[in-house]
Design a protein around this ligand. Structure first.
Ligand SMILES: [Fe+2]
Length: 380
């Protein structure tokens, strides 16, 4: 009789920067020009603003303003806008906007990085700002002095009433949260794929003052993915507000939005499903960042994540290094969907051949990347 195979369960290893194994290279941090204070909003071009708004409302955002040419959506916090879409021929990611502390930071970016001044009318909530273009062609806006909005009401978190074995807190009472979209509290992070991981990581750290929280490295010890948090000093910052993953194209991967708690995440899932939206992955828990997550596709097939219960760190927390493998992505839940990996089709072959021809990536690195992503469950 055939024996059932036993899984070799193992958690991923994480090495603090002060005790790196031999051969693992540090991700060097340049001296930053400014320290961004928050991820403010993301910018897209979309062919159908009405379809976008329908999805985003079901996803838990609220309309800030909409015209024939521009849609601005807000969360339930004080940020006037967390999502901005301009009408365009095809759906594409345009860039990200971060807030900085003051006008002096903007002037520094103008003088030291050649940033271009933005018109106040172009910035949701007004104020002032500058525009940079990253090495891959995405816009980066730095803004300050936006008029904040009055926060919208959010229901209280339910976890104080959770009954755990050995810790009973809810007696003669039930959990009956309303069935409604998962109210988005705030924009949490954006994840980008890039061919030039080192160059883009250096550029974003330089222009935003980002701190790498967790760096993932290939089998040759070279960093290839980083979760960056904001440098807010002693104020806790999310495990990541910005993520760069080395790959075979310049691409928006997904953006993520914080909801109140797990019940909001789960009930929001049901609302999106009931309204016919396309589910991608979840519910599960990430390893790096620890968030409970649920991923959805918008009408153009772009990925949007709900999350709750993420890690936060102050600036003094040491950077950690973790081998790059799919198991770094999630602790439990369904397997990573194939769509999150590299597509095995002619388009991918052509992309790879072009990169090799242009000398933008070496065959050795491609092989290392391929083996890191080959097994979706390396812990089994
Ligand atoms: Fe995410």
């Amino acid at each position: 009789m055939k024996q059932a195979s036993r899984a070799a369960l193992r958690p991923p290893t994480a090495h603090p920067e002060s005790a790196l194994p031999a051969g693992v290279q540090k991700l060097d941090r340049p001296i930053p020009l400014v320290k961004a204070q928050s991820l403010a909003f993301l910018m897209f071009e979309k062919p159908d603003l009405a379809a976008c708004e329908t999805f985003l409302a079901d996803f838990g955002m609220q309309r800030f303003t909409r015209s024939d040419e521009r849609l601005l959506m807000r969360g339930h916090g004080s940020a006037p806008c967390i999502y901005m879409a301009s009408r365009g021929k095809e759906a594409r990611y345009v860039g990200a906007a971060f807030t900085v502390a003051d006008e002096a930071a903007l002037l520094r970016l103008q003088h030291r990085a050649g940033a271009r001044r933005l018109a106040a009318a172009d910035i949701p909530g007004g104020g002032s700002g500058v525009e940079l273009v990253d090495p891959a062609g995405n816009l980066l806006w730095l803004v300050t002095g936006q008029q904040s909005s009055a926060p919208l009401p959010l229901r209280a978190p339910l976890h104080p009433y959770a009954n755990s074995y050995g810790d009973v807190r809810r007696v003669n009472a039930t959990i009956r949260p309303p069935l409604e979209p998962a109210a988005v509290a705030k924009l949490g992070h954006v994840v980008m794929q890039t061919v030039d991981f080192q160059g883009m990581a250096d550029w974003y750290m330089r222009h935003l003052g980002l701190i790498p929280t967790d760096v993932q490295y290939l089998a040759d010890g070279s960093p290839n993915l980083a979760f960056f948090r904001l440098d807010l000093g002693d104020t806790p910052a999310d495990h990541h507000s910005f993520v760069l993953a080395g790959g075979i194209e310049e691409k928006y991967e997904h953006s993520a939005y914080e909801v109140v708690d797990l019940d909001a995440l789960g009930q929001g899932h049901n609302v999106l499903r009931a309204n016919g939206h396309r589910h991608m992955w979840g519910i599960g828990r990430h390893v790096l960042g620890s968030q409970l997550f649920d991923y959805w596709y918008d009408p153009d097939g772009m990925e949007f994540e709900h999350y709750t219960d993420g890690d936060v760190f102050t600036a003094s927390h040491e950077t950690h290094y973790v081998p790059l493998e799919m198991s770094g992505i999630w602790a439990w839940g369904d397997d990573v969907p194939a769509s999150m990996g590299v597509k095995r089709n002619l388009g991918t072959v052509l992309k790879v051949l072009r990169l090799l021809w242009q000398g933008r990536i070496k065959l050795d690195r491609l092989k290392l990347l391929g083996s890191a992503m080959a097994n979706p469950r390396p812990w089994l």
